[in-house]
Design a protein around this ligand. Structure first.
Ligand SMILES: *Cc1c(COP(=O)(O)O)cnc(C)c1O
Length: 423
């Protein structure tokens, strides 16, 4: 019998209604191994972080040797080679010159928002409006909650969240005939909002993750970028999920051919080994913080800024990605035939695919959304087949580590099909 640990408080879990977690003792590639010896396919990369697979030996070795060399040093007074290397590489890859370290996706977003707002102060043109999209998720700290969709999760803090203007998100899927109309409605709304001086617009490029793997067309993002820059506002790309190949290109903004002014990265950054976030900014933004006047300084920092172990993991993960870009570039083609098959199933709707991320909605009678219980039941059927997924309400998705074998991927889809039969 599973039971709850009496000393732990688990994340995002309704203790009274959830079943207690299973104990994991090891991970290997796409598999996680339970205490009872059972092996499960981790079809969602352990909350989207595990990039090359569990316990990847190359990344593990890089962390181990870094730990014996230098485990941590205060980053306000010192730099170290791993951080310099990582900053140079990410700057070259994104073309945003300056990199600020923090600890996770939420802090990477917080930093981006704070930099954007202070930048307008520093150039003596204060602007206050921040625009975000409906359905967005940017993390769980206060600033990140404020820009995210207001919902059950952050309702207790509503009064404490700064105001944010919202634009609808024109999510699309295979054979969506309404998409042109949806997009023009969103852009009209954006145009109206941008008549007010705007500090920044924050977007999850290509895919809103926690909002239900809601995907938009590249054309829409290009239209957004053009309007945002026309209005002189800063564009923040929250690539905490989409970065590092998840959408089939190294970064999603590249796939959409847009140029953000600030980028937040985390999750896959260290290959999923260690918590770390980074915020990239253009040199133009950075220069507005360089002054003898202390009010212009960006007074923000975390104890573990640029942790050398995290940097070593991130550099090793980048080595793997850059050595074999096909592993993410060609992933979409691996999902495709299975989704084409699924599209014939009457219980499935709104199929969508981008790079490594494949998703569909379970057709349900009750309202869709995170609290819809269909996904929970579906999840248990799939788990019986040895495949771990974590639907978002009635949205089922696969977001596997890049190392997943063809046979393992096949097993994921056959588990989904068995789940659909029982559903
Ligand atoms: C997960 C996520 C975050 C928050 O990252 P944490 O590391 O969980 O704080 C922010 N933005 C997006 C798009 C995410 O998917």
């Amino acid at each position: 019998m599973l039971s709850w640990n009496s000393n732990l408080w688990p994340p995002f879990t309704s203790i009274a209604s959830a079943s207690p977690p299973q104990k994991v003792i090891a991970g290997n590639g796409a598999l996680i191994e339970l205490e009872n010896g059972q092996k499960l396919i981790d079809a969602i990369s352990s909350w989207w972080v595990t990039l090359h697979g569990h316990a990847n030996p190359f990344i593990a070795d890089a962390i181990a040797s870094q730990a014996k060399q230098l485990e941590q040093v205060i980053f306000a007074d010192f730099v170290h080679p791993q951080a310099e290397t990582l900053a140079k590489r990410l700057s070259e890859l994104t073309t945003l010159e300056r990199l600020f370290f923090s600890d996770n996706g939420s802090t990477a977003v917080e930093v981006a928002i704070k930099i954007a707002c202070q930048w307008w102060m520093n150039i003596e043109e204060p602007r206050h409006q921040i625009i975000a999209f409906e359905g967005a998720y940017h993390g769980d700290t206060f600033g990140a909650m404020a820009v995210g969709e207001r919902n059950l999760f952050n309702a207790p803090f509503e009064d404490m969240l700064f105001p944010v203007s919202r634009v609808p998100w024109p999510a699309t899927w295979w054979n969506n005939e309404q998409i042109d109309k949806q997009e023009s409605n969103c852009l009209e709304k954006l145009d109206i909002l941008l008549e007010t001086p705007t500090a920044a617009v924050i977007v999850e490029p290509i895919v809103q993750g926690a909002g239900g793997m809601a995907m938009v067309r590249k054309e829409f993002l290009r239209a957004v970028e053009q309007r945002v820059h026309q209005a002189g506002a800063l564009l923040i790309a929250d690539e905490v999920l989409t970065g590092f190949g998840r959408c089939g290109s190294l970064f999603a903004f590249q796939k959409a051919s847009i140029k953000p002014d600030l980028i937040a990265l985390s999750k896959g950054l260290t290959g999923g080994f260690l918590p770390m976030g980074v915020t990239l900014a253009t040199e133009k933004i950075f220069q507005a913080f360089v002054s003898e006047d202390p009010r212009l300084t960006f007074w923000h920092g975390h104890s573990f800024t640029a942790n050398p172990l995290g940097c070593a993991a991130a550099n090793a993960s980048l080595d793997l990605l850059l050595k074999d870009p096909k592993c993410y570039e060609e992933f979409e083609a691996r999902h495709l035939p299975y989704l084409q098959e699924l599209s014939k199933n009457p219980k499935v709707s709104k199929i969508r695919l981008n790079g490594t991320i494949a998703a569909f909605d379970l057709k349900v009678k009750e309202p869709s959304g995170y609290l819809n219980t269909a996904g929970k039941i579906f999840k248990s059927h799939v788990l019986e087949q040895g495949v771990f997924i974590r639907p978002l309400g009635n949205v089922v998705y696969l977001l596997p580590p890049l190392c997943i074998t063809d046979q393992q991927l096949k097993k994921c889809y056959s588990a989904i099909n068995i789940g659909l039969n029982k559903f």
